[in-house]
Write a protein that binds this ligand. Structure first.
Ligand SMILES: Cc1cc2nc3c(=O)[nH]c(=O)nc-3n(C[C@H](O)[C@H](O)[C@H](O)COP(=O)(O)OP(=O)(O)OC[C@H]3O[C@@H](n4cnc5c(N)ncnc54)[C@H](O)[C@@H]3O)c2cc1C
Length: 533
């Protein structure tokens, strides 16, 4: 690859997606002297934090652990307002990053990629967009996110409803007026449980349609004090080192004890400590066997169930809110502020869709087996086509006319969750099989690895970079095998279970960052043996 665009190609590196991953990938490419362009479907920068504007959309990774850590200067310049900041601030931060590093002039927004086709003679990709733009690139990088294709269940009569329907992941940028409205929220996953307490106060009535309950625990968010701010800035290097070493990209330290090493009294005290700790600490710092020992998991669940019974005054509602179909970690655990308390309000009602299934939407509302309820607004908090959704919809065609959606018909086949065989000069950082935890820490590692590979490719004048099939097979089998042992997300969208007809395959990385980093380092040591031609 040449520092200037190779003959016939418009750019060296074409990145798709202006989320935290794509922005960093673009930055790295430009820093390395590649010509680069980023295409984004939305009209602005931010990815997840551009699209998910619903009330109380916020991090459940600590703000300063999710943010970029490649630049001390950037870290020092941005004062996060809260330990878990909300959407407006995150969107502002990502825009600040783009302007600080003068990236905007290398971006084209409002431009959805509809096809990307590889030509093996020139080893280039031709990329086309919905707005008639076309570009050729030697390297095509899809940083299109794992949660970027909103999903709405196929309920009959959806087009008949005369009120407003909105998905949390496509929330309008103009305010949605919910004041004194009759509102339905369908779905109680991570987005629904953030939104529900945030709007309960202003709406006339709120009916929550729950398909399955989740193990929600408090986020325990609060503003960052000036003293904490100063400590964060002073401790940047230490914070970065801890994040780099961490299995899941968080600061929470792993516990050193298994559940039944402690007495019952000590365990209850520890659960109470976890309940009062921030965000994912309930997961990352829990007893070492919480996920793998059924009795241990059941005891932690019972602790949470008791909390729910204590908070929610109506015993019948409390029982509905306690998951019966999975243990903690069986689904991605949400973190909440005042969620269970919301069900004590007189204007809030919970409908259990397992007991009273939804039949159809009518022009005035939602009909279940218990009757019709009228609404002004229906909010779909029904999640996303996780992992492969965006990649399978982009019209990606590799060598010999092989379509990616076709290649992945039985689930993704990847190497390190960032490339696959038969698709030379194509990468997808932040994609399926890549992360499990604090996402930017994983996708940042992947972006740096990809960029280093491209620099190596240019240095040695190679035209193509492609993972050998055997290595792709090895990684994919490892993901499937380790997933069964690990058990995290077994009953969830991490296996594609929320999308009818989607193959049941594990879509995240069960090994953690140290394994990913070790394999990447070994490959660099072996000069990427077998990858270049
Ligand atoms: C509400 C919500 C809260 C979350 N909170 C956390 C959290 O606290 N911690 C955490 O680690 N993760 C969280 N996540 C997961 C989150 O998706 C990732 O952290 C992160 O945003 C992924 O960044 P990304 O750049 O890889 O993808 P995204 O931010 O999803 O960006 C991908 C971009 O690609 C664009 N795109 C997709 N297809 C095309 C196409 N064909 N053409 C052009 N553009 C396209 C999309 O429009 C999007 O802007 C959350 C997700 C949601 C939905």
């Amino acid at each position: 690859m040449n520092p200037s665009p190779p003959a016939g190609a418009d750019v060296d590196v074409l990145v798709v997606g202006a989320g935290i991953t794509g922005i960093y990938q673009l930055y790295l490419a430009l820093e390395s002297g590649f010509s680069a362009l980023l295409l984004e479907a939305g009209d602005g920068v931010g990815g997840t934090w551009y699209w998910n504007r619903y009330p109380e959309a916020r991090f459940d990774s600590e703000s300063y652990t999710y943010a970029y850590i490649f630049s001390k200067e950037l870290f020092e310049e941005w004062d996060w307002q809260e330990h878990f900041s909300s959407q407006p601030e995150i969107e502002q931060y990502l825009n600040y990053m783009v302007d600080k590093f003068d990236l905007r002039r290398h971006m084209r927004v409002g431009s959805t990629v509809t096809s990307a086709v590889y030509d093996d003679c020139s080893a280039t990709w031709t990329v086309r967009t919905s707005d008639g733009f076309e570009s050729r690139a030697q390297v095509f990088i899809a940083a299109t996110g794992v949660l970027s294709v909103p999903y709405v269940p196929d309920v009959s009569g959806r087009e008949d409803f005369r009120g407003l329907q909105v998905h949390t992941g496509l929330w309008p940028s103009t305010p949605v007026d919910l004041a004194s409205k009759r509102v339905a929220v369908v779905g109680t996953g991570s987005s629904g449980v953030q939104l529900i307490p945030a709007i309960a106060d202003e709406v006339a009535s709120l009916t929550v349609y729950q398909r399955s309950a989740n193990w929600c625990t408090p986020l325990n968010n609060r503003p960052i004090t000036p003293e904490e701010q100063a400590r964060l800035k002073d401790g940047f290097e230490e914070l970065r080192d801890t994040l780099i070493r961490s299995r899941s990209g968080f600061l929470h330290l792993p516990h050193d004890r298994a559940t039944f090493d402690d007495s019952k009294e000590a365990r209850l005290a520890y659960y109470e400590k976890l309940w009062n700790s921030p965000g994912f600490a309930k997961f990352s710092s829990n007893y070492t066997d919480m996920l793998t020992n059924e009795a241990a998991n059941a005891e932690w669940c019972e602790f949470i169930a008791d909390k729910i019974r204590t908070i929610v005054k109506d015993p019948e509602t409390a029982e509905k809110l306690i998951p019966k179909d999975h243990g903690y970690g069986g689904k991605r655990p949400p973190f909440v502020t005042g969620y269970y308390e919301t069900f004590n309000r007189p204007n809030v009602r919970l409908v259990d869709l397992k007991a009273t299934p939804m039949i159809r939407l009518t022009e005035s509302g939602i009909e279940t087996t218990e009757g019709l309820e009228k609404f002004d607004v229906i909010v779909w908090a029904t999640g996303f086509d996780f992992g492969t959704g965006a990649l399978n919809r982009m019209g990606i065609t590799g060598r010999d006319g092989c379509g990616l959606a076709e290649y992945w018909a039985d689930g993704p086949r990847t190497y390190l969750g960032l490339m696959c065989h038969g698709f030379p000069n194509f990468f997808f950082p932040g994609g399926p099989h890549g992360s499990a935890g604090n996402n930017p820490r994983y996708s940042g590692d992947q972006s740096e690895f990809i960029n280093d590979m491209l620099v190596y490719q240019r240095m040695h004048g190679y035209l193509r970079v492609e993972v050998p099939q055997a290595l792709e097979e090895e990684w994919t089998v490892m993901v499937d095998t380790e997933a069964e042992k690990w058990g995290f997300g077994k009953q969830s969208y991490f296996y594609g279970l929320n999308i009818p007809g989607k193959p049941r395959r594990y879509l995240i990385n069960p090994t953690g960052r140290p394994t990913l980093l070790r394999i990447m380092a070994e490959l660099v040591d072996r000069n990427y043996e077998g990858f270049f031609a």
